[in-house]
Write a protein that binds this ligand. Structure first.
Ligand code: URA
Length: 260
């Protein structure tokens, strides 16, 4: 038996027979649920319900204002599309921006299914890569995860491969590692970073923060331009076997059980 209990703003389903109250997920209005998951507008949801397209526990819903657990709802016979959220690992191609602003041009979000682009909360990138940077980009609709993984406090390592317009100097590595380099326009120094020189003009840089254009600015400090930039790693994740523009799903718990 399910007892509805009021918890803050959301309603959750308590399993009454459990020894302690167990919350198994928020109950949601059907019209709100369908709109937030990108199926249709709340107004359209009424027609979907009236048309018998929406079922709760296998029975056609009668009222778009009816509340249900997302896991109990089907549309046209299919379970709801990722009602619990999404976490994606994308191989960002060159030439796309990490922005929802249409006027900024083609965006990484254009690569996602239409329905996912209508979701609320929106799917957003965890940090950004420049238009001219390729590589590993995480996308999610879990705001606490975005905050956690972009906070310098958590020191998540991001590894970049950069092609420079001139030879790299091994002495730069000491300044990067010391955490004393102050970039133009900044007050705080960069956090300690690790430089590996792969060839005369090819380097690998590992950062634990994400200041604006940080990699390019760190090499600009030594008068070098970055002519190609690619992110290969984010935390324990690596870009393997994904072509540019392709993505794969990760479990929401990949970075731990709690998104906060
Ligand atoms: N540093 C940059 O300069 N650009 C990026 O896209 C990422 C890190």
């Amino acid at each position: 038996m399910c007892l509805r209990a009021s918890v803050g703003e959301s309603e959750r389903c308590k399993i009454a027979s459990a020894p302690e109250a167990v919350f198994v997920g928020p109950m949601r209005r059907l019209d709100q649920l369908l709109a937030n998951l990108g199926y249709c507008s709340r107004r359209e949801a009424r027609a979907w319900v009236e048309g018998g397209r929406v079922c709760v526990r296998g029975k056609p819903a009668r009222d778009p204002g009816e509340k249900a657990l997302p896991s109990e709802v089907t549309v046209d016979g299919a379970p709801l599309d990722h009602p619990e959220g999404v976490l994606l690992l994308l191989h960002k191609p060159l030439g796309l921006v990490c922005s929802h602003e249409v006027r900024e041009g083609p965006s990484v979000y254009d690569l996602l299914p239409d329905r996912w682009r209508q979701r609320n909360p929106v799917i957003t990138s965890i940090g950004r890569l420049d238009k001219d940077t390729s590589g590993l980009l995480l996308l999610t609709d879990q705001a606490p995860l975005v905050h956690r993984l972009t906070s310098p406090k958590h020191k998540v390592a991001k590894r970049y491969r950069a092609e420079l317009d001139g030879p790299a100097d091994p002495a730069w590595g000491e300044l990067f590692a010391a955490g004393t380099l102050v970039l133009t326009g900044e007050k705080a120094p960069c956090a300690p970073a690790t430089l590996r020189i792969l060839s005369s003009t090819t380097v690998e840089l590992t950062l634990t923060e994400g200041k604006y254009h940080q990699v390019r600015r760190m090499f600009a400090h030594f008068g070098r331009n970055v002519i190609a930039l690619h992110r290969s790693h984010f935390g324990d994740l690596e870009l393997t076997s994904l072509a540019p523009g392709q993505w794969r799903e990760l479990p929401l718990t990949h970075f731990g059980p709690s998104a906060s």
